[in-house]
Design a protein around this ligand. Structure first.
Ligand SMILES: Nc1ncnc2c1ncn2[C@@H]1O[C@H](COP(=O)(O)OP(=O)(O)O)[C@@H](O)[C@H]1O
Ligand SMILES: O=P(O)(O)OC[C@H]1O[C@](O)(COP(=O)(O)O)[C@@H](O)[C@@H]1O
Ligand SMILES: [Mg+2]
Length: 334
């Protein structure tokens, strides 16, 4: 499984801070726990920043002790709270944030968040020289440089649980259901949930989709006496609600699909064992890299190995979706 980095301490870092930013994801708490305990074990002081960059820019910072992270490994959400903070896109505000960290004598920062949060982290360390390590914390799993993100496994299982239930109704009523899952402009959740739920079709922003193809596929599904039921997993795209429009279009072709938008139920809940292990390993590794003098990187996982990726790559590159997964779902239904 994961190889933890073995690196010598080569900095004079005495105090670090940790924050969670962007959409919360199950596993953020185990990551905060691992960072806190690893740092304390190495004699560092650790500070928690509340509400991501929103808390940083107003100095909402407190010292984390071991007891703060007791009994949080199994809890969804984040004890540090999270937020989206448009003001952090302003370099002047980022400079003020650096002064706040200096005032608290904090020498390094670990940011747990999605692609947006890690973009902010990159600009922050570039402009201020304060060492920053990022961890991929998002249900979307859309971050370049890592196969996996903290929360992705949990969202897959939560969405699957819901879809299995929807399928009971779909089969009983011989109906087609469109099920919309999260994933801002990305189909990583949809493609894996689609495979695992045995979906008849998966619709994601990365793969061109034609309404006629969907109608044809539904008609041939029925003609092959496979029954009138089916699940079509739809990625939300830029914003939730796309699926209602799709259902309307299908109605004009004589279909009567049910629609279920899974929404926020996907983002909460206790992290799976996989996400707890991932978060613990990444959290401990982030402290090791910070102490060894690394900065402006994300610690992630590629081929089950802990890896580092420059934050600049995360800003500039889009994580590709494996289109084979979308095709495979279709293939398994023929
Ligand atoms: N281009 C950017 N420059 C600076 N900060 C950014 C940038 N993009 C995002 N951020 C910061 O990261 C926060 C979270 O980003 P967002 O995209 O909403 O979520 P996530 O990090 O989960 O992808 C934003 O509210 C903002 O504070
Ligand atoms: O909670 P909000 O602000 O409505 O955002 C919804 C978005 O957050 C997510 O749940 C998680 O995305 P991030 O991890 O990038 O924040 C997306 O799947 C969804 O599009
Ligand atoms: Mg994001």
């Amino acid at each position: 499984m994961y190889n933890l980095p073995e690196l010598e301490k080569s900095t004079n870092i005495k105090a670090i801070a940790v924050m969670t930013s962007g959409g919360d994801s199950p596993g953020m708490n185990p990551a905060v726990r691992a960072i806190t305990r690893s740092a304390l074990n190495q004699g560092l002081r650790v500070f928690g920043i509340n509400r991501g960059y929103s808390g940083l820019i107003i100095g909402d910072i407190f010292e984390l002790k071991s007891t703060h992270v007791t009994n949080i490994i199994q809890r969804g959400g984040t004890i540090l709270k999270s937020d989206r903070c448009p003001a952090f896109k302003d370099p002047v505000v980022r400079n003020q944030a650096a002064e706040i960290l200096k005032k608290h004598e904090i020498d390094g920062l670990i940011v747990i968040g999605g692609d947006g949060s890690l973009t902010g982290a990159h600009y922050f360390t570039q402009e201020t020289g304060i060492p920053v390590i990022g961890l991929p914390g998002t249900i979307d799993n859309d971050i370049y440089g890592t196969d996996d993100s903290i929360g992705f496994d949990t969202v897959l299982n939560t969405a699957l649980d819901a879809i299995d239930r929807i399928r009971d109704t779909a089969v009983s009523h011989e109906r087609i259901f469109l099920v919309e899952v999260m994933g801002r402009n990305s189909g990583h959740i949809a493609s894996q949930v689609g495979i695992a739920s045995g979906a008849e079709m998966i619709i994601v922003p990365e793969v061109d989709f034609k309404l006629e193809t969907l109608c044809f596929s539904l008609a041939s599904h029925r003609a092959q006496s496979k029954g009138g039921s089916g699940i079509i997993v739809v990625a939300e795209g830029p914003a939730p609600g796309l699926t209602y429009r799709l259902a309307k279009q299908l109605e004009s072709h004589g279909e009567k699909p049910g629609v279920s938008i899974l929404g926020y139920i996907q983002r909460g809940g206790r992290p799976t064992g996989h996400d707890r292990v991932l978060a613990s390993c990444l959290g401990a590794s982030a402290v090791t890299y910070l102490m060894a003098g690394f900065t402006d990187i994300m610690v992630g996982v590629i081929n089950s190995q802990i890896t580092t990726t420059p934050l600049q790559d995360i800003v500039e590159k889009k994580k590709p979706l494996n289109p084979d997964l979308v095709e495979l779902a279709q293939l398994l239904h023929k």
